[in-house]
Design a binder for this molecule. Structure first.
Ligand code: ADP
Length: 474
């Protein structure tokens, strides 16, 4: 595949060179993408800036039609898009097709939600005044996205931005530019006016630097590591640029002793091993109450041992490769540290390299203590460390003892007990007997160092709107 940039409704190459993209399951080259930089980003920002007024002046209903069209094309091409995601990112094909439907669902949701950007009338303190509040698009948006959901992390930003009336420039991750390019082709096919959606692949810090320093960009939205999020936050301070951040997570899973063991095991597997553990909402550390601990570990091990590792294109594969060598080394470091400090490897515990690709066996660890690295850093791999707890309070205390606050999970069949846990968890997303809570119609985002703002839900469009108060004398 040959990469291209999509700027002002035109496909472009660049003089600034190229970079190769590899299939993480085979090490084979998928294609060559364009190494865009500062000047291409500036060009895209200028195009988006020109597109802003006409796009914002369209009615919400008119914008909605474009979004619905993009949605329909994505769903028509679900299989093909899924195959592309598996090829450049490695997740099992079934999951990749699921991602396409999830990605498309943001277009459908915000096509409707854009019609409900309501203002308000406020009772005035005098008969000679009328107080009004209107909400207007914030302006040109810059978006930077990660590789773990090559399509969905783009649409979760593009759909609300476009619905609100904001043109956008997207910089996808280096590992997965082709899903983004395919999405740009779909925007073109849907007839989106020029400059409304722009795509620049290439040098992260150059593209990001231009987006952050260019005054024509009013808003930045980012999904990625907390480390890079902090860099962007510093850069944003120069111009008080509006910023939404979806950053790292370190999700706890608490299994209380009255949990339905089947629900708890299946929910934990869904949360933990989806995308080979490479999502920011994947369960990272598991706390199981002593009354159910032995049964849970036994049942969990039985089910985890059934998971098949391999190339995501192979029938029946549940866990694909890790994205790259760095990812693999981090996972192994966490497992080795735990083992050295006395953890017992219940199953898995090692990985293997095949033709330059890195796979890790689904791993369950027990006899875990709170000071192990795996309980304190995001692993981003298929490793499930299980620590024994004695009470709800201990579970909540350990779960909240983190700088992260994205997703937290717990399993209990007891309503009042569960409600107290749900309220006590310092997490933006809580899964109660549910390991996969994400949905286009629900707000997604983190507390603490996991981010700022929410994506999805009716809240998701707020990030792309300014509130204007108009006081009128009559
Ligand atoms: P991950 O660990 O998921 O790769 P990163 O935060 O490194 O997370 O990457 C997420 C996105 O941020 C990618 O598109 C990457 O290219 C981009 N990125 C990395 N460094 C910077 C930077 N200094 N400025 C702007 N974007 C960056």
């Amino acid at each position: 595949m040959e990469g291209r940039l999509f700027i002002n409704g035109e496909w472009k190459k660049s003089d600034s060179g190229s970079f190769d993209v590899f299939d993480p399951a085979t090490g084979e080259k998928v294609g060559t993408a364009v190494n865009g930089g500062k000047s291409e980003t500036k060009e895209a920002i200028d195009a988006a800036h020109r597109a802003f007024k006409p796009w914002a002046e369209k009615t919400a209903g008119e914008r909605s039609e474009y979004l619905k069209k993009i949605y329909r094309i994505m769903m028509e091409k679900q299989d093909e898009l899924g195959e592309l995601i598996t090829k450049e990112m490695g997740k099992p094909l079934k999951e990749a097709k699921g991602e396409v439907a999830y990605a498309a669902s943001f277009l459908e949701w915000f096509a409707e939600e854009g019609k409900r950007v309501y203002g308000e009338m406020i009772p005035a303190s005098s008969r000679e005044k009328r107080l009004m509040v209107i909400r207007q698009p914030v302006g040109v948006v810059g978006a930077i996205t990660p590789w773990n959901f090559p399509l969905a992390m783009i649409t979760r930003k593009v759909a609300p931005a476009l619905a609100a009336g904001c043109p956008i420039i997207v910089k996808p991750a280096e590992d997965t530019p082709f899903s983004a390019i395919r999405f740009a082709e779909i925007c073109e096919e849907a007839g989106l006016p020029e400059g409304v959606f722009n795509l620049v692949t290439g040098e992260a810090s150059e593209i990001g630097g231009e987006m952050m320093s260019n005054r024509k960009v009013s808003k930045m939205t980012f999904t990625g590591s907390t480390e890079v999020g902090k860099i962007l936050m510093k850069q944003a301070s120069d111009q008080v640029k509006k910023l939404s951040l979806e950053l790292g997570g370190h999700a706890p899973i608490i299994v209380l002793d009255d949990a339905d063991i089947n629900k708890a095991v299946q929910g934990t597997i869904a949360s933990k091993f989806r995308n080979a553990g490479q999502t920011c909402v994947c369960g990272n550390r598991i706390y199981v109450q002593e009354g159910i601990y032995d049964d849970f570990v036994e049942e969990f091990k039985k089910e985890v041992s059934k998971l098949k590792v391999g190339n995501g294109f192979e029938e029946g594969v549940d866990v694909g490769p890790l994205i790259n060598q760095d990812g693999y080394e981090k996972v192994d470091r966490h497992v080795q540290d735990a083992a050295k400090q006395g953890a017992e490897i219940v199953c898995g515990g090692s990985g293997y390299e095949e033709n330059g690709s890195y796979f890790y066996k689904p791993t369950v660890l027990k006899n875990i203590t709170h000071d192990m690295v795996v309980m304190n850093e995001e692993t981003f791999g298929p490793v499930a460390p299980i620590q024994k707890i004695s009470s709800d309070e201990e579970g909540i205390r350990l779960a909240n003892d983190s700088v992260y606050g994205l997703a937290g999970y717990f399993f209990t069949e007891n309503l009042s007990r569960g409600m107290k846990v749900a309220e006590a968890l310092e997490y933006g997303i809580v899964g109660w007997n549910d390991g996969v809570p994400s949905a286009a119609q629900a707000p997604f985002g983190g507390m603490k160092e996991s981010g700022i703002g929410r994506e999805g839900g009716h809240q998701g469009i707020d990030a792309f709107l300014e509130t204007k108060y108009i006081s009128m004398g009559v």
